[in-house]
Design a protein around this ligand. Structure first.
Ligand SMILES: *Cc1c(COP(=O)(O)O)cnc(C)c1O
Length: 390
């Protein structure tokens, strides 16, 4: 027998399971075994698997037009730019194919902003435990030494501060010259599900205004309704200058976006940025279809309600279970921190509970169920997690 994945580069630690079909929050392997999906492809398939509207949009657009070029007008791209701008309080969009590319776009805006202000060399304030991607710029922005290892020297231009710590940003404002922007996740996902306080986000917004920095929100994981509003920053009542999206925007079809407003929306000019595939008719039609479905099914509100149910259910189910340090989250983005490394639970959950979970930062179980789950499935997740931890 062939060694599994013999001709794939060793980038992923893969589970010994492979799925052939999905429906809503359920998945099946080739043997017909059914699994409950509590990760949605890491916050991607928010509408569940095989959503009929998304399937129909892909099928129909494939018979019309997949790709032309950004040399030409693309009606679906205009429409998606307009929809996202209205939902996010932004003005213009740039479309790409992944989260890392969306953040690359945001970082290029920060550099342009710095160079316009003539504060060279540019510096972007980033957070400890952040995750922004795997390209050279976004890995340097990421606050995780495991992501950096072997890729030194890192791209310069990033100053790291503790998350949710206003004093640290105030200190940086005083002592670090050349700051042009702050890049942060309103909830750190890969970093272990840490939620920034609304007061902190509002104070950072205020500091950005005071110092003429761009506030750039990485909503790649938190966006598209997952945390209870279309975008997580909306719960703090603030408006960033730049917002990055990907994951849930295409429900599994690859698409990323960088949104901006005000001066940040006017920094690029023809020739300063671009993408061959970015914003093609197929990707943008899928994005529009996903937005329509989220809107019609009321999924941001639904995520808030189900999220409360999940948090309450877990707190009840896990009370008295030894080793549980904290249960936290917002909407359908929930972390269960344990007192020990628990990476082995991912495999155990698959084998014993037929449940898909992830573990971040070694000791935090992260749950990201699809937003279309029903109440019974949310309860079932809590039941299976309890059995797993007992
Ligand atoms: C997943 C993620 C990224 C990277 O997105 P890719 O599509 O994998 O490049 C960046 N930022 C955050 C917050 C993410 O969760």
């Amino acid at each position: 027998m062939l060694t599994p994945h013999a001709h794939l580069m060793h980038v992923y630690a893969r589970q010994p399971v492979s799925f052939v079909r999905g429906q809503g929050a359920r998945l099946w392997d080739a043997q017909g075994t059914e699994y409950l999906d509590a990760i949605a492809g890491v916050a991607v398939t928010n509408l569940g698997h095989a959503h009929p509207d998304v399937a129909a949009a892909i099928a129909e657009q494939a018979t019309l037009l997949l790709h032309t070029s950004n040399m030409f007008g693309i009606a679906w791209q205009d429409r998606l730019g307009e929809r996202l701008s209205a939902l996010a309080g932004m003005e213009r969009a740039f479309f790409c194919n992944s989260g890392a590319e969306a953040n690359e776009t945001a970082l290029k805006l920060a550099w342009l902003h710095a160079n316009r202000k003539q504060v060279a060399p540019p510096q972007v304030l980033v957070m400890q435990n952040s995750f922004h991607g795997r390209t050279f710029a976004t890995l340097a922005a990421t606050g995780n030494s495991a992501v950096h290892r072997g890729f030194e020297p890192l791209m310069p231009g990033f100053v790291r501060v503790p998350y949710n710590d206003l004093y640290a940003i105030r200190q940086a404002a005083e002592h670090v010259p050349g700051i042009a922007a702050v890049l942060l996740e309103p909830i750190q996902g890969e970093g272990g599900v840490h939620v920034a306080s609304p007061e902190y986000l509002r104070a950072v917004r205020h500091l950005c205004d005071e110092h003429d920095w761009l506030l750039m929100a990485d909503e790649i994981q938190t966006g598209m309704g997952r945390t209870g509003t279309w975008f997580c920053y909306q719960q703090a009542g603030i408006l960033p200058d730049v917002v990055t999206l990907a994951k849930g925007l295409g429900n599994g079809f690859p698409i990323g976006a960088c949104l901006a407003r005000g001066r940040a929306a006017e920094l690029f000019s023809p020739g300063t940025h671009g993408s061959t595939f970015g914003g093609n008719p197929l990707a943008c039609r899928v994005g529009c279809t996903v937005i329509d479905a989220i809107e019609r099914e009321g999924l941001p509100d639904r995520a808030a309600v189900l999220g409360r149910q999940l948090l309450l259910g877990l707190r009840k189910a896990l009370s008295g279970v030894p080793g549980v340090v904290a249960i936290r989250g917002q909407g359908l983005m929930v972390g269960i921190e344990l007192d020990r490394a628990c990476g082995d639970l991912v495999r155990k959950a698959l084998e014993q509970e037929r449940l898909l979970i992830t573990v971040t930062r070694e000791r935090t179980i992260r749950l990201l169920p699809p937003l279309i789950c029903d109440e019974a499935q949310i309860d079932e997740i809590a039941v299976r997690v309890r059995r797993l931890l007992q």
